[in-house]
Design a protein around this ligand. Structure first.
Ligand code: CTP
Length: 400
């Protein structure tokens, strides 16, 4: 995937610098050539020897005794890279970048090139939240610098919050995304997936048999074409794809809130099997046989997420795709559903038990649009996903 790509990896100072060693390996696994640069502060956390041993090349260090000639060589180095990754990117290094300072090797390299830059910030939560850091980040983002992370969590300093270096697979994925010049690059696409769980009481819920397999495959296929994917998923059987932003929810109500928060998007693909009803007054304590007798559940209607988004007067995605699970008269029902929901396309699946589609690996799909019904042959769910992603790219005027 990264064969022939040269990545200049600048390792800043911070407790998370140890992860950069793993990052070197994982980038190499993808075929990249990694040229390491270790800042003086970085040397306090990882040794030049371990970095150069892993990278298989000399590590460029923050020395001030460089001859002019050698310094020119270093600058050449940053220009010949296809991407510069800074991990961890400290508050100090980002401040230098934002201000255009070039007082040391790392900042000189960053200033002396127009090679794209990906920053993986890591710092104490207060430093991250400080107005100065946020100001620098806004300036860097406006300059076209890309970011991955930071993550939220427990920090080495004992505090909790945003500021943790992203995990190595996430940094690698961000690098892959950068090089994936697919037709959906620059497009932001929302995918809902999986079932929802509607609570009866704190331990019981109403659910359905959706595995989340089709929605997961679609999200992965869209990401593979370069899209930035927001993946809002109920409790699914299959793990989410890599390279997407995952927002995990339980209920239909939470799914709607997550979807609304993810807008605006260029396209919305609503593959979730959302429960149509929830228990009207879910109990906040466990229902007891002895005390409560036979429970009588009253239902309330859940919000229709697809219909809500498809009907938005302002900020409606350019393409809204719904799903229909039908057992008979698939085309007629799905065509009526497209109009009822106000969406552009309906992906209709025949889920009669004898098809084995619900929970299976294959799907038989009819794509209903304004122009009619397009019957696809039965194929694997990942092939359905790839084909749908291609159609989405065409509809959005790929690459624009
Ligand atoms: N959907 C939704 N929010 C709901 C219910 C459904 O977003 N509360 C979306 C689903 O993600 C899917 C489509 O609407 O894209 C399915 O519509 P739905 O009315 O649930 O149809 P079916 O489940 O196929 O069943 P039926 O027509 O029998 O109700």
């Amino acid at each position: 995937m990264l064969a022939g790509k040269r990545i200049l990896l600048i390792i800043g100072g911070g407790i998370a610098a140890y992860k950069s060693l793993e990052l070197i390996r994982r980038l190499q696994d993808q075929g990249a050539e990694v040229v390491p640069v270790l800042t003086r502060a970085g040397e306090e956390f990882v040794t030049p020897l371990s970095v150069s041993a892993l990278a298989g090349s000399a590590v460029h260090r923050d020395l001030f005794d460089l001859t002019a000639e050698a310094e020119m060589g270093h600058i050449q180095l940053s220009r010949s890279a296809d991407l510069i990754v800074v991990a961890p990117a400290t508050a100090d290094l980002m401040a230098k970048m934002a201000a255009g300072l070039a007082g040391d090797l790392a900042s000189t390299l960053l200033l002396a090139t127009d090679t794209p830059v990906l920053l993986a910030p890591a710092m104490n939560v207060r430093m991250w939240q400080h107005a100065a850091t946020q100001r620098n980040i806004a300036m860097l983002a406006a300059d076209g610098v890309r970011f991955v992370g930071p993550e939220e969590g427990d920090m080495a300093c004992g505090e909790h919050g945003p500021g943790r270096l992203s995990e190595v697979p996430d940094i690698v994925e961000a690098v892959l995304r950068f090089f994936r010049a697919g037709p959906l690059q620059g497009r932001r696409i929302l995918v809902t997936s999986g079932p929802t769980h509607e609570p009866i009481d704190p331990v019981r819920y109403i659910a359905n048999r959706s595995s989340g397999a089709q929605g997961t495959a679609i999200a992965g296929a869209l990401a593979a074409l370069g899209a930035e994917v927001v993946f809002v998923t109920g409790p699914a059987d299959v793990p989410p794809p890599s390279g997407v932003e995952v927002i995990a929810v339980q209920t239909a109500q939470q799914m709607l809130e997550a979807v609304e928060a993810a807008l605006p998007v260029d396209a919305g693909i609503f593959a979730a099997a959302v429960a149509d009803w929830r228990v009207a007054s879910a109990s906040d304590r466990k229902l007891k046989k002895s005390r409560d007798g036979m429970p009588v559940l009253e239902f309330a209607e859940n919000p229709d997420i697809l219909k809500t988004v498809a009907g938005m007067a302002q900020g409606r995605p350019a393409l809204v795709v719904g799903f229909a699970a039908e057992t008979d008269d698939v085309v007629a029902h799905a065509t009526a559903k497209r109009l009822r929901k106000g969406c552009d396309w309906i992906v209709a699946n025949d889920v009669s038990p004898e098809t084995g589609i619900m929970g299976g690996t294959e799907n038989a799909v009819v794509l209903i649009s304004e122009t009619g019904a397009d019957v696809w042959p039965r194929m694997g769910k990942s092939e359905v996903a790839a084909r749908l992603a291609e159609r989405v790219a065409q509809a959005l005027g790929a690459g624009g």
